[in-house]
Design a protein around this ligand. Structure first.
Ligand SMILES: Cc1cc2nc3c(=O)[nH]c(=O)nc-3n(C[C@H](O)[C@H](O)[C@H](O)COP(=O)(O)O)c2cc1C
Length: 398
């Protein structure tokens, strides 16, 4: 190990090697040519049999930054080593035995959260807490106390431009950086790309939305955990705040529609709700963001005050097709509870971008594929609902 560590240091290689009962799992990362040279040595080493490469890919950032090829093994006396030794948790060893192909993801779990994510207070407060209500309340705080008030933009692209948004080719790279150990690298990329767009919010559709889907793909490929996806989305929301805003928001003439924005109860990912809130705010609307714990809490909100449009969203990262039947029930209950008999329901999330689901599948009026279009769709939905209201009662939608 010590000879290997010295050579790896010369090659600029970091990583971890885990020993379990005559099998080794190793993660090597660094400059491509250095990794190739070390892999060549390992291949030629006749002490190994059945060498298998489980994953080999380019990555914009290190996951084991500062890790000088640590050894992870059970029952090793750390006193015999010079510090670079870890006792791997039993669950990781068990998982590796059952799913050796998932080793890249499982080895990444050896990175302690505190060391891997810097000193961000947001991340610190997430560390060690279960997902769900804790994350929801932290994200709610960030959204309501900092994200929305800071994002004061003037009107930008017209709705027609929304049809022509191209995904930024570096969105997948952003996703990898968001789950990498160095959070600063993802912010650097966002800052770099910020210059390509007229306003910070014009990054939403080409970068953040496809970046969120790429995060879901990293999870699907077993490259990162569900927690890391959530953390990545959370970092994205933090980045939106850090981008700042320098322009006043648009002023809408006439009566402002009342829009209630919420993740579907039970959905822990809130990026779509955050992007839609910020977009509408910058367009001069006054959306109300809520995080109802269950369908009843949502129904209570709708029966307590008038709402023109309800915007419900599923994860921007995960497909969530399995949640559509439940969403249908949520929407039916919301309509029953609403003071507004012509409530317009807009749904969003990855299921409606790629999954082929459309709004009426779940009892919604419209499915939004991007926050860039959400104000136009809502205005259109309200016009249609208004038309329906002026028709004879028998021909109304509800
Ligand atoms: C499980 C295991 C992991 C190893 N990892 C490394 C490594 O990360 N870096 C390295 O230089 N050698 C590593 N080695 C040693 C190499 O297999 C090889 O013996 C050494 O690099 C000398 O190669 P050379 O004769 O081509 O110089 C490892 C050996 C084992 C058994």
């Amino acid at each position: 190990m010590q000879t290997a560590q010295a050579r790896n240091a010369r090659e600029g290689i970091t990583g971890v090697v885990l020993y379990d009962d005559s099998r080794f799992f190793q993660w090597l990362e660094g400059p491509e040519d250095g990794v190739e040279r070390v892999m060549g040595s390992i291949r030629n080493d006749r002490r190994h049999t059945d060498l298998e490469v489980l994953s080999h890919h380019a990555s914009p950032a290190r996951r084991f930054d500062g890790w000088d090829m640590k050894l992870a093994a059970r029952g090793i006396d750390p006193a015999l080593w010079q510090g670079d030794v870890l006792e791997p948790p039993r669950e990781i060893i068990n998982d590796l035995r059952q799913r050796p192909a998932a080793a890249p993801n499982l080895l990444a779990k050896l990175i302690p959260l505190s060391g891997a994510t810097g000193d961000s207070p947001l991340v610190k407060s997430l560390a060690g807490k279960s997902l769900g209500s804790a994350t929801a309340s932290i994200l709610k705080d960030v959204l309501l106390t900092t994200v929305i008030p800071l994002l004061l933009h003037r009107r930008g692209w017209s709705a027609a431009d929304a049809q022509h948004v191209l995904e930024n080719p570096r969105a997948p790279e952003l996703a990898e950086l968001l789950v990498a150990s160095d959070q600063a690298a993802s912010l650097d990329l966002i800052r770099e790309l910020r210059g390509e767009y007229v306003e910070a919010r014009h990054l939403f559709a080409p970068l953040f939305e496809p970046g969120a889907r790429s995060l879901g793909d990293l999870w699907g490929d077993d490259f990162c955990s569900e927690f890391e996806v959530t953390l990545g989305l959370c970092r994205m929301q933090t980045a939106i705040r850090l981008l700042g805003a320098d322009t006043p928001r648009a002023v809408l003439s006439g009566v402002e529609p009342r829009v209630l924005i919420a993740p579907v109860p039970g959905e822990q990912h809130q990026l779509v709700a955050a992007l839609d809130s910020e977009w509408l705010w910058s367009e001069g609307w006054s959306p109300q963001a809520e995080f109802p714990a269950d369908d009843r809490a949502l129904a209570d909100l709708l029966s307590a005050s008038w709402v023109d449009v309800l915007d419900l969203s599923l994860s921007a990262a995960f497909h969530r097709e399995d949640r559509l039947p439940r969403l249908t029930r949520t929407i039916a209950q919301a309509r029953r509870a609403s003071l507004n008999p012509a409530l317009v329901v807009v749904v969003g999330g990855r299921a409606f971008v790629e999954g082929g689901a459309v709004g009426p599948d779940v009892g919604a009026d419209i499915a939004s594929r991007t926050s860039l279009d959400v104000d136009r769709l809502m205005a259109q939905g309200m016009r249609t609902a208004g038309d329906a209201r002026s028709r004879p009662a028998g021909s109304r939608r509800r």
